[in-house]
Design a binder for this molecule. Structure first.
Ligand SMILES: C[S@@+](CC[C@H](N)C(=O)[O-])C[C@H]1O[C@@H](n2cnc3c(N)ncnc32)[C@H](O)[C@@H]1O
Length: 439
């Protein structure tokens, strides 16, 4: 007998047909559970439309009837598209089979590996990764409590299927919010209706500040992503959106969308998975506070001098600066450029030494070494069996270890490159008498 997963996929495909979604006969909704990658699409020829979804089939604040039935939050500017779409999803979900999107909603994930759902012990495995401060669970909880809960509770006739306790409504809001983080698209407007406006200089501009509505696009959101393997892209037309192949796709090959150049820590936070292909986008943040502290510790600059320089450039400064694998250090978002701006009178060698010291300190915040972590992975990885119901803890632990290894490797790499650069400079030019000394 077919399992629930297969039945849900079949019902979803039948529903897509009833919604007149045009799917290329070469596209298949594959079962990728063996790779722990859920559903995705496979098997398309070269350079073709993969499928077309009518704008009307997309689930959003514009297509659900909730906006007509409950206009207040939709007219209230303090409700952004996130909150409104979460409300819409809760509304449609609790209607069960009465919702037009029922077969689609039925196959969206119930369980997530995104960081929002990790226990404190699981998060601890990420060690000093800055992503730990970006999970945002408490903030989301408070927002849902203040903005979602009163609406669901105050409109029992609309949310009739619910006789849920507050805690269950909040859990549902978290589930819908997490689905949106991993599945929703920014719905670009109908290009024929959306004329670009000329700016003051007469150039046509996109209304960049305008927040595009979030939308759940059935089938388009069944595509997985894997950094370098992207082979499809969504195009926004007047009455429909079209997924097109970007390059020839061999029969049997998986079709991948592009989730963007995300560091693995952010990929895990938003999507609950990682692959090695995203390693190139990893970052490590050095906080502004830490960099200025090292400047005081290691150079002749006083705290007052540093504070004055920081105050002068305050508007251009960030709270933290990222080290990246392709750091060219000329761009202001990088730590070396920050140090150059604040420690203007310091020589390059001194600035490099300050950065090297900051990197050492940052590395010391991770309690284990790369070697120790690699040994741990070798021990643990063979024990992972995705088919076991209790594999979740181990899966998460292994992903966390990979993230902290990647961040430490990046710190070591930048530190080594700095040392090599300083050595080269020292061997090619004798130090000048005005060079500041490191304390
Ligand atoms: C937009 S959905 C894609 C459809 C999803 N596979 C499903 O079955 O519902 C995004 C989610 O797919 C999974 N995913 C995407 N790309 C993946 C990959 N390369 N490996 C493993 N899981 C992936 C993650 O769970 C992610 O949160």
């Amino acid at each position: 007998m077919r399992d629930v997963f297969a039945q849900q996929s079949e019902a979803f495909l039948a529903w897509l047909k009833s919604e007149n979604v045009e799917i290329s006969p070469k596209v298949e909704l594959a079962d990728l559970r063996r790779q722990h990658a859920g559903r995705s699409l496979a098997d398309i020829g070269e350079d073709e439309d993969l499928f077309n979804v009518s704008r009307n089939t997309i689930l959003s604040q514009e297509t659900s009837e909730l906006a007509q039935l409950l206009p207040e939050p939709f007219a209230d500017e303090s409700y952004n598209t996130w909150l409104l779409t979460i409300l819409v999803m809760i509304y449609e979900y609790q209607r069960g089979p009465q919702s037009r999107w029922a077969p689609y909603l039925a196959l969206l994930l119930e369980e997530f590996d995104t960081l929002m759902f990790w226990s404190k012990e699981e998060l601890d495995q990420l060690q000093a990764s800055a992503v730990r401060h970006k999970v945002g669970k408490e903030g989301a909880d408070e927002t849902f409590r203040k903005r979602i809960l009163p609406i669901v509770e105050g409109n029992k006739a609309l949310f009739a299927a619910y006789n849920l306790a507050d805690v269950d409504i909040l859990a549902l809001a978290h589930r819908m919010g997490s689905i949106m983080v991993a599945y929703a698209f920014d719905l670009e407007r109908d290009p024929s209706q959306h004329q670009k406006q000329p700016d003051e200089e007469g150039y046509a501009t996109d209304e960049e500040d305008e927040e595009l509505p979030k939308a759940m696009i059935p089938l388009a959101d069944m595509l997985n992503a894997d950094a370098t393997r992207n082979n499809a892209r969504l195009y926004y037309g007047s009455s429909s959106v079209c997924m097109k192949a970007l390059k020839p796709i061999q029969a049997g090959e998986e079709i991948f969308n592009d989730y963007g150049p995300l560091p693995r820590a952010d990929l895990l936070r938003r999507y609950g998975y990682i692959t090695d292909n995203y390693k190139q986008y990893d970052i490590v943040e050095l906080s502004r506070d830490m960099l200025t502290k090292v400047l005081v510790e290691c150079t002749d600059m006083s705290q007052d001098q540093i504070d004055a320089r920081v105050a002068k450039y305050e508007d251009d400064l960030e709270d933290g600066y990222d080290l990246t694998w392709d750091d060219d250090s000329t761009s202001p978002e990088h730590p070396a450029a920050f140090l150059k701006l604040i420690g203007k009178s310091l020589t390059q060698d001194v600035l490099d030494a300050v950065l090297a010291r900051a990197i050492e300190q940052r590395l010391a915040e991770y309690p284990t070494s790369v070697d120790e972590d690699q040994t741990l992975i070798q021990e643990l990885a063979p024990q992972l069996d995705y088919h076991r119901a209790d594999s979740k803890g181990l899966r998460r632990k292994l992903m966390a270890i990979q993230i902290r290894i990647g961040e430490k490797q990046l710190l070591v790499h930048v530190g080594d490159r700095l040392r090599r650069g300083t050595k080269r400079r020292l061997s090619s030019s004798p130090p000048t008498s005005s060079a500041k000394k490191l304390r």
